[in-house]
Design a protein around this ligand. Structure first.
Ligand code: AHR
Length: 328
């Protein structure tokens, strides 16, 4: 199986310009004759890492959908480092992939490499997190949840169960990442309407269970007896915080309320146990939408700049029923 771009490199520039079949992604053999079979797409996927159950579910969704469609997927795990993602993108460009799917770790610093992809006529589809660029033609579309609204949903739920009075500690996601920035913003927007709800401490736990546990241990020492609720930017950090509370003799879900975001399976287990009170869904099952976008843009279709994946909130009252149909 040959990738379109790999094959295209072997034909002359004149043939490339003139051949409509090559433009329509029909494979061309080394002598330049069209084989008549549809080309196998080659897509590079630059993933952030595997910091959370959510992230692993997203990687699985992309891999499964590539396999289902017979797409060759070049998967690169950046181990949380933007520099590794930029290297991966440059490598995809050098290999001449047909398209790139990017889950960017942070919002800024993408412009040069996205220009290189555009210069090579390789479309870039953003999944899950957005980027901050001066020219939005540098990517085709962003397929993601509305992180600001997720923060609002968590805050509205907490306002409802506390009558608008709570000392809150916040576990933030990776600094500079779209979900950490937007989930904080949405939560604080709602808090502005409730003067009795105050964030007494806020720190990053980097979206990891270990980070959530470590930061919560410090919060419990610094604010002993003064914490009513934890707002965690993801479930993994909430679960780490729950472990810290249990080790300190505090009853999570009761002495201290816990609300988080993602709605991974372990969050439902924790809600059934009574240690987590609520979670806002953020779907990682982005593979089908991502590859639809890849195929549509390669087929010449115009796509919306932003595809918003809808979310909802789950609390303990629905957890036992909802866990039966969870896919991640
Ligand atoms: O960008 C989505 C966030 O990244 C998820 O909430 C979190 O679990 C992940 O690491």
């Amino acid at each position: 199986m040959k990738s379109l771009r790999g094959v295209a490199l072997l034909v002359t520039a004149v043939l490339l310009c003139l051949s409509l079949t090559a433009c329509s992604r029909e494979p061309v053999d080394e002598a330049g004759a069209a084989s008549g079979e549809p080309a196998t797409l080659v897509v590079g996927f630059s993933q952030i890492g595997a910091e959370s159950a959510w992230r692993t579910a997203e990687s699985n969704s992309i891999r499964q959908e590539a396999e289902r469609r017979g797409v060759i997927l070049k998967f690169s795990d950046a181990q949380q480092k933007q520099e590794n993602q930029i290297k991966a993108l440059r490598s995809f460009i050098a290999q001449g992939v047909d398209a790139i799917i990017l889950a960017p770790v942070v919002e800024t610093g993408w412009e040069p490499v996205l220009r290189e992809a555009k210069g090579a006529a390789i479309p870039v589809i953003l999944v899950d997190r957005g980027v901050d660029v001066s020219d939005d033609s540098l990517y085709v579309t962003l397929i993601a949840s509305d992180f600001v609204e997720e923060g609002r949903m968590a805050a509205r739920w907490l306002a409802g169960v506390t009558d608008g009075r709570a000392n809150i500690v916040e576990l933030q996601g990776t600094p500079g990442s779209a979900p950490a920035i937007d989930r904080k913003r949405g939560f604080e927007e709602v808090l502005a309407e409730h003067p009795g709800m105050v964030i007494v401490k806020s720190q990053s736990g980097d979206f990891t269970r270990a980070g959530g546990k470590q930061v919560m241990e410090a919060f419990l020492k610094a604010e002993a007896g003064n914490i009513d609720a934890v707002y965690a930017h993801n479930d993994d950090m909430a679960i780490g915080a729950i472990q810290a509370m249990q080790a300190a003799g505090v009853v999570p879900g009761d002495d201290i309320l816990v609300v988080s975001i993602d709605a991974v399976r372990d969050a439902f287990v924790a809600m059934i146990d009574g240690t987590l009170n609520a979670t806002v869904e953020c779907s990682p099952l982005l593979g089908p939408l991502a590859f639809q976008a890849v195929e549509a843009t390669l087929g010449g279709e115009e796509l919306p700049k932003n595809v918003v994946v809808p979310d909802r909130l789950f609390d303990q009252s629905v957890a036992a029923e909802a866990i039966k149909s969870r896919q991640y």
